[in-house]
Design a protein around this ligand. Structure first.
Ligand code: HEC
Length: 148
């Protein structure tokens, strides 16, 4: 009985590994809490960006012909960059949060928790050289963090 149960769980573990392995390209993982990764918002951002954003925006936010760049000093312009269709203005971190929560990840928008959205926004703004201050970015200070 024990052996059969163990055998079954090994099969399940194997299947999960195969599913995770085949998910590359379009991440399927939906993380609703970031409890199991480091507390610090930057290192959580590195991880969560890699899970949910890098497949389209590139490992370092560089973008490509199908996806705008979200890194470097030109990113997060107040109006959409030439050729892209964002209609909202980016003036503060809270504007970026609202847009990203509404529209991203592009194929499954709104599927992440607010905590995960704030974390990837903090990470990407830092990648774009925006000074977000020393406190973790969130609903309390998002409006006060100006992009330019
Ligand atoms: C499936 C591909 C895909 C994924 C995954 C994805 N994005 Fe995007 N993202 C896009 C596309 C395409 C656009 C451009 C939309 C448009 O303007 O029509 C975009 C636009 C954006 C913009 C606006 C850029 C600008 O200046 O207008 C931000 C910010 C952004 N994404 C952040 C994120 C974050 C953060 C994540 C991870 C949670 C993410 N994206 C995941 C494809 C993706």
């Amino acid at each position: 009985m024990f052996e059969r149960a163990l055998g079954g769980s090994l099969v399940v573990a194997g299947l999960v590994a195969v599913m995770v392995g085949s998910a590359c390209g379009t991440p399927r993982t939906t993380i609703s809490s970031a409890d199991d990764i480091p507390e610090d918002q930057w290192s959580r951002g590195v991880y969560l960006y890699g899970q949910h954003c890098s497949s389209c925006h590139g490992e370092n936010g560089e973008g490509d012909e199908d996806t705008p760049s979200i890194a470097g000093t030109g990113a997060f312009s107040s109006e959409a960059p030439e050729g892209w269709s964002r209609e909202v203005t980016f003036a503060t971190a809270a504007d970026v949060f609202a847009y990203v929560k509404e529209e991203m990840p592009a194929l499954e928008p709104g599927t992440l928790s607010d905590d995960v959205y704030w974390t990837v926004v903090a990470y990407t703004l830092k990648q774009a050289q925006v000074d977000i201050g020393d406190d973790p970015l969130g609903p309390e200070n998002g409006k006060a963090v100006k992009l330019r």
